[in-house]
Design a protein around this ligand. Structure first.
Ligand code: COA
Length: 500
């Protein structure tokens, strides 16, 4: 209790400290509940756990808006009791994914940079009824010091009439000062976002909050349950080498400085492994302007190769989080966390010339990319920030293993079963087989590059055969397709369990 009192520095606010159950009782069916959290970092834990218990006894649903995915105590617990009616803007939790794919949850999968603005304009169905946010501390003025993520928290607090703050006593106080909070005005009043390099600071180190809005303060001692990352396998190492070779060539050609342009790297195992691969390269004095900071970034800082990283969330593995906490004094010199409207801002990404490296589920022979849907129908996670960066980066790279599910699926297909990033947004595709540089190529030339360099040998002849027959049947049309066959590979997998 002493720790929580120390962390609530505004003495008057201390009278608002209540149990999670008491705060959860405030939430009514159908409310728009907007929370902190971006990946399983900085999400709220005590109140949703209590809310889920209440829903178990008296079933009802809320609409849940967050920064991105959250952890088991939030998305997992609420999905388990079928307590979510509408969810935006991203998720990765298995229970929730099942609810999304069985029609129980209306899932609005959207560009993360736009999600706060969408909520502010009321497109999500009304405004924020209650914001629940995790804090490290509350200042004497009532301002909120966030924890391991920024996400959409600042905008949600700004919009909400009622704020519930979960003060998490497990989050180190050294996080204070690591945030740069700036919520843009909406058009037509918006001003240029004055970031020209990743370490520019433009806002406050806290979320401004009128203390009168704070209705309850809930002590919480549950740690972030971050997701383990997969082992860095040979395939990822190959992809990382192909990318570093490409970037070294860009330097040689005089198109990038010796320390490159700011790197952006996506979520998941492959993205993390690719970034880790930079540790073994000769590159140094790198900078990062990205969304999530995973273990690979910490590796780069430890190796003395990364000067500065700007993101919206720390999303390390559980071991990575321990490593971050142990060396927080050193890491915080190199890191800043911003609202996702800023970390993922198309304006900033285009201005500073980000190198965007994200992972695809599948790519087609013309360079379209599917990041979200398995066999064109089932939601995996969501588009996240991949579209924010892909369209606006200086150089847009997508990685994927050339096959999935023990080689039964080709991740290079005739036509993507769902398209998140169009051929116009994709510069480079990389698999463990090789790299296809699509810049300046027409679709028919791209197809040859992608099949030649990226397809797995088991599927290469089938892809070439498709392309040649389509090319001939359409008399060399701009983008040759056999419409009755374009999705036949997916159909075959659905029927037989293999694309072969
Ligand atoms: N067909 C079917 N399933 C496929 C597949 C394909 N072509 N390619 C991959 N998968 C499956 C894998 O088998 C695995 O399934 P499992 O969880 O049942 O084992 C799952 O997709 C994840 O694949 P993995 O190879 O482990 O990659 P990852 O962890 O790097 O995640 C994405 C890849 C695409 C799912 C992930 O990067 C993502 O959600 N991206 C979209 C959001 C994004 O890019 N955000 C970053 C913005 S900053």
């Amino acid at each position: 209790m002493i720790d929580i009192l120390d962390r609530v520095r505004n003495k008057e606010l201390r009278s608002k400290i209540v149990s999670a159950e008491e705060a959860a009782a405030y939430i009514k069916p159908g409310m728009n509940v907007a929370t902190s959290g971006f990946t399983p970092s900085g999400y709220v834990k005590a109140v949703p756990t209590a809310l889920a218990k209440r829903m178990e006894k008296e079933p009802f649903k809320i609409n849940l808006w967050t920064g991105a995915s959250t952890g088991a105590e939030e998305d997992g617990a609420l999905a388990k009791v079928n307590g979510i009616a509408k969810r935006m803007p991203y998720q990765t939790n298995k229970e929730l994914r099942n609810r999304v794919n069985s029609g129980d949850v209306d899932y609005i999968d959207m560009h993360l940079s736009e999600s706060a603005q969408f909520a502010r304009y009321g497109y999500m169905g009304g405004s924020v009824d209650v914001a629940i946010v995790e804090a490290c501390a509350i200042t004497e003025e009532g301002n909120i010091i966030p924890t391991t993520s920024m996400g959409n928290t600042a905008s949600f607090v700004q919009q909400a009439d009622v704020v519930i703050v979960e003060v998490n006593v497990t989050q180190p106080l050294e996080l204070e000062g690591m945030h740069d909070v700036y919520v843009p005005l909406d058009p037509p009043h918006r001003l240029p976002i004055p970031i020209v390099k990743p370490n520019d600071r433009i806002g406050t180190p806290y979320i401004p909050c009128n203390p009168e809005k704070i209705k309850f303060i809930v002590p919480c001692d549950i740690k972030d349950h971050t997701r383990p990352l997969g082992e860095i396998d040979d395939n990822s190492k190959h992809m990382s080498h192909f990318i570093t070779d490409l970037l070294n060539n860009e330097i040689k050609e005089g198109r990038m400085p010796a320390n490159l342009l700011p790197l952006q790297s996506g979520v998941g195992n492959v993205a993390n492994a690719v970034i880790h691969g930079f540790v073994e390269s000769d590159l140094k004095d790198l900078s990062v302007y990205t969304e999530v900071i995973q273990d690979g970034m910490l590796d780069l800082i430890d190796a003395g190769k990364l000067s500065f990283a700007s993101g919206t969330a720390l999303s390390p593995s559980p071991e990575g989080l321990d490593r971050f906490y142990r060396n927080i004094k050193e890491y915080r010199k190199h890191l800043v966390l911003r609202p996702e409207e800023i970390s993922n801002s198309p304006e900033v990404a285009r201005r500073i010339g980000v190198i965007a490296m994200n992972t695809a589920i599948e790519c087609d022979i013309y360079g379209n990319v599917n990041s979200t849907h398995i066999m064109g129908t089932k939601m995996m996670n969501g588009i996240g920030g991949s579209g924010d960066f892909a369209r606006n980066a200086y150089l847009t790279i997508f990685c994927t293993g050339s096959t999935a599910k023990d080689g039964k699926i080709s991740s290079i297909v005739p036509f993507c079963s769902h398209i998140d990033h169009t051929e116009h947004d994709v510069d480079v595709i990389v698999t463990e087989q090789g790299l296809a540089d699509l810049r300046g190529l027409s679709p028919r030339k791209r197809a040859k590059q992608i099949i030649e360099h990226c397809a797995h040998p088991d599927f290469k002849p089938m892809l070439l055969d498709y392309f040649e027959r389509a090319d001939s049947a359409t008399k060399h049309a701009q983008t040759p397709h056999l419409l009755n066959e374009a999705l036949s590979w997916h159909q075959k997998f659905v029927e037989t369990g293999s694309m072969k």
